[in-house]
Design a protein around this ligand. Sequence first.
Ligand code: NAP
Length: 299
Amino acid sequence: MYDILIIGAGPAGISAAIYALRNDLKVGIFEGEAPGGKMVYTATIENYPGYEMIAGPDLAYSMFNQIMNLGADYIGERAETIRKENGHFVVRAGKDYKARTVIIATGTRNRKLEIPGEERLTNKGISWCAICDGALYRNKEVAVIGGGNSAFEESIYLSGVVKKVYLIHRREDFRADRNIVEKVKGLGNVEMILNTVVLEFIGEDGLEKLILRNVKTGEISSLEVEGCFEFVGLLPATEFVRDLGITDEDGYIPVSANQETKIPGLYAVGDVVSKRVRQIVTAVNDGAIAALDIIKKIR
Ligand code: NAP
């Protein structure tokens, strides 16, 4: 019987584990992919205190090492279901794991455009990870779609690897932080195509071009690129708890000030929570709050 089973080893889950392990609780942490969550796919992080700039995978690795050194039980499985049984929780992940409390820290996954050609050309030109696939387009031209922090950050990374980046956004205003927008505007090999949406991806065995529509003029055009990186937002990774009735209409999980869901003993932390700001610092904040509440209750 674990004191806490944490589902997801991103910054939120890892932070909860650090606090719990340092208070001698028995902690199991599930992760179906590489530990570190979205940090693993982020080229550089410039807004985590203590580091003016750090590579995402490096921060992920050092956080992961910290919980392993503290004695976390790392379970490389994807959680399939959570149920409550005789006053404790059972997490199904290949087999059943029992715990007094559970913390959901599954974060988000990338939204897709869901337009013609996307499915056929996924991983044949269309990607959601610049740090993984950027080098495939060295000396080639690529497109980045989106106007948020991800689109801008990854454009900066790609501009150092590829010949040219076209940043395509459906409006003139951006969600991305102002300083990062200014940084991108100063790059010689990034061209912004604004008020424009992508209608279709063209290519058989590899991406050849995008069909674009200017939303102001209605003009249709095409853009030849060999790679396209989509950063059009995130969706909560909560399908596996849909039956528990703890999600809102968008699939995110509302929580109390202590990060507890409406099921006592079941907590949610990080990007999967229904909230306004999704950052590494807010994720680690959530993890600490949940763990400290659990420590108090278990003691
Ligand atoms: P986001 O902030 O939700 O931005 C998604 C972008 O995609 C928006 O510009 C949106 O346009 C556009 N978009 C959505 N659906 C579209 C569609 N069907 N066609 C064309 N464009 C579409 O997503 P994100 O950039 O991945 O960021 C997610 C969260 O992580 C945010 O809270 C962000 O601040 C955070 N984040 C932070 C950092 C950092 O602080 N360093 C880095 C990465 C991410 P509209 O603006 O018109 O809606």
